[in-house]
Design a protein around this ligand. Structure first.
Ligand code: COZ
Length: 363
């Protein structure tokens, strides 16, 4: 009985939703390469693709946009819960708590549906924006029906209709993080619903998993790394000392990608297009080059390259989004992938129940 720590290399399910090709650095959503999708499609179109399995025509797209808009406002009892939560509670814990309470809504009984997925996807941006306004003591900017999903999210956060460039930058990031095969949080969601538990329990498990710094929490760590390097003025020295101390460089390495993460490349391209010369972006690109070189020298053969979170941090910085909103924003987009996988698991379910190797003594 050999133990596969972290289930490394284990294939836990077959899926039609996404394909992560670690060797060639490719990410495919329902047969389409993500660079193509990011270039030409909106959040709503790609969410539709992931849920339904094909890209929507005009009528289907309008139907999805309308359904997302109908589900944006929070029910009174969720507002009350948020108002009661301690101000010190972090945003990921707030999202986990409020989405869990959404499960009290009787419409989730029975099998999971795409309408459930749409509602959960639509609620998360409003939970984030309402909580932020409540903590800051500001009037909450209610959702606007004349704005699409990503624009409306930025509008609710700031109270201003966002710049097109900001919408494009955030939409690229959210498109690239919608889905990523059997990552830890998607696996949590599938394990949870494999017991025939409900979709809200499944996404609540996923949110709790996403909260971890080795999964969704990396962009904040990247900002800290870039700030530390900017202060020290010596990228090589800071990076080398961290690795020598056995610390992990946030934004580098990936369990599956053993070459550059295609999402990082797509984000970097979009950033260069949108932001052009920007001191932060210049610093990020210089740090990336030094980090890859030093990781190869000190960790030869581990194939440690830039992952999506490295340039996600640069995007969020360009949007002047506070670091505590990075992982919540990732959660808002990955809700689509989680719910798509939950629906797929229910179609052909076998309960997940691996084994463990007892290494204790027998009394
Ligand atoms: N910085 C420095 N060393 C790293 C590293 C990083 N970011 N990622 C992995 N390594 C090293 C480990 O220390 C380990 O070294 P040894 O062989 O000397 O023990 C080796 O590479 C393999 O590490 P591990 O088994 O943890 O790799 P795995 O592929 O399981 O880890 C994750 C993948 C994403 C957890 C990655 O290593 C990591 O922690 N990255 C930083 C957090 C992050 O950016 N997460 C977002 C991912 S999208």
């Amino acid at each position: 009985m050999n133990v596969q720590k972290g289930l490394k290399g284990i294939v836990a399910a077959e899926t039609l939703i996404g394909h992560v090709d670690g060797e060639n650095g490719e990410l495919i959503y329902r047969g389409y390469e993500i660079r193509e999708l990011t270039k030409s499609y909106s959040f709503e179109e790609v969410a539709y693709l992931l849920w339904y399995g094909y890209l929507p025509d005009e009528g289907q797209l309008q139907g999805l946009k309308d359904e997302l808009k109908r589900n944006r406002e929070l029910p009174e009892y969720l507002i009350k819960i948020i108002d009661l939560l301690p101000p010190s509670m972090d945003m990921m814990s707030v999202i986990r708590t409020v989405i869990s309470a959404e499960g009290g809504n009787s419409e989730y009984e029975g099998i999971a549906t795409i309408s459930h997925a749409i509602r959960l996807t639509s609620l998360v941006p409003t939970i984030i924006a309402y909580r932020k306004s409540q903590i800051e003591g500001r009037l909450f900017e209610h959702p606007r029906d004349d704005l699409d999903h990503v624009s409306n999210y930025l509008y609710m956060l700031t109270g201003e209709v966002p710049l097109e460039a900001h919408v494009e930058a955030l939409e690229s990031y959210m498109l690239l993080t919608l889905e990523h095969g059997m990552n830890a949080s998607t696996f949590s969601a599938r394990v949870t619903v494999s017991t025939e538990s409900d979709i809200v329990s499944g996404v609540t498990s996923a949110i709790g998993t996403m909260k971890g710094p080795l999964h969704g929490g990396a962009p904040s760590g990247v900002i800290d790394l870039l700030n530390e390097i900017a202060l020290a003025g010596d990228a090589e020295k800071v990076i080398r000392e961290k690795i020598m101390r056995g610390e992990k460089l946030m934004g580098f390495g990936h369990r599956v990608y053993k070459t550059r993460d295609p999402r990082a490349i797509a984000l970097k391209t979009k950033l260069l297009e949108l932001v052009g010369e920007d001191e932060w972006l210049d610093l990020a690109m210089k740090v990336e080059e030094v980090a890859i070189r030093v990781l190869e020298e000190l960790k030869p053969g581990r194939s440690l390259y830039t992952n999506v979170e490295f340039y996600a941090a640069a995007i969020m910085k360009a949007l002047e989004m506070e670091p505590e909103l990075f992982t919540p924003t990732f959660t808002a987009s990955r809700m689509v992938g989680w719910t798509a996988h939950i629906l797929e698991q229910a179609e052909n379910n076998t309960i997940f129940r691996p084994q463990s190797k007892y290494i204790g003594v027998l009394k």
